[in-house]
Design a protein around this ligand. Structure first.
Ligand code: AMP
Length: 172
């Protein structure tokens, strides 16, 4: 895991003063750490019944689509408002900085399908909790939530108590 941590770059005061942004682009650029991180993300879920991986815009698309590829299942994007072209369902939530809405196509999930939720960072947990809510409202069941990074002091896990939460790198 130190190999992964070495490829995460801290950007102070981005996108707002007081936020230390965890930049995963060095990790994603390096083929070894990209492959290792995706393998580690899906590891606890191998052998479980997973029908789809859902990833949150935008960095959840990077890890989520690769996780779907490795698991041999499809990928569904959870997108910011106004991006999806077909009929959609939306959920709004609070962020570490500001507030946001996520949308999914109404036909993205078939009733009872089991979904693994993937994103780069678990911060306050608002994004992941809203994603799980959106998926459940569309008839899906959550297999678990997997993150490359967890920011422990923001207690995001507390918003995901009903789910199996897996993270690779913990920071204070
Ligand atoms: P939250 O809803 O607070 O758990 O925030 C998670 C979402 O915001 C994820 O999609 C992250 O990509 C992004 N995010 C929140 N805080 C940070 C941070 N300190 N560094 C990088 N991304 C972050």
């Amino acid at each position: 895991m130190q190999r992964l941590k070495a490829q995460i770059r801290d950007i102070p005061d981005f996108p707002e003063p007081g936020i230390v942004f965890k930049d995963i682009t060095p990790l994603a650029k390096n083929p070894d750490t990209l492959r290792l991180s995706v393998h580690q993300l899906i590891h606890p879920f191998i052998g479980q019944k997973i029908d789809l991986v859902a990833g949150m815009e935008a960095r959840g698309f990077i890890f989520g689509s690769l996780a779907a590829w490795e698991l041999g299942v499809g990928f569904i994007p959870l997108r910011k408002p106004g991006k999806l072209p077909y009929d959609k369902h939306s959920v709004s939530y609070d962020l570490e900085y500001g507030s946001a809405t996520l949308e999914a196509h109404t036909d993205a999930i078939t009733q009872g399908q089991r979904i693994l939720v993937v994103d780069d960072v678990l911060a306050t947990g608002g994004t992941a909790a809203a994603s799980c809510q959106l998926i459940e409202q569309l008839g899906g069941e959550i297999s678990g939530c997997a993150f490359v990074i967890e920011l422990d002091r923001l207690n995001g896990r507390q918003k995901l108590l009903d789910y199996h939460v897996h993270s690779l790198l913990n920071y204070d």
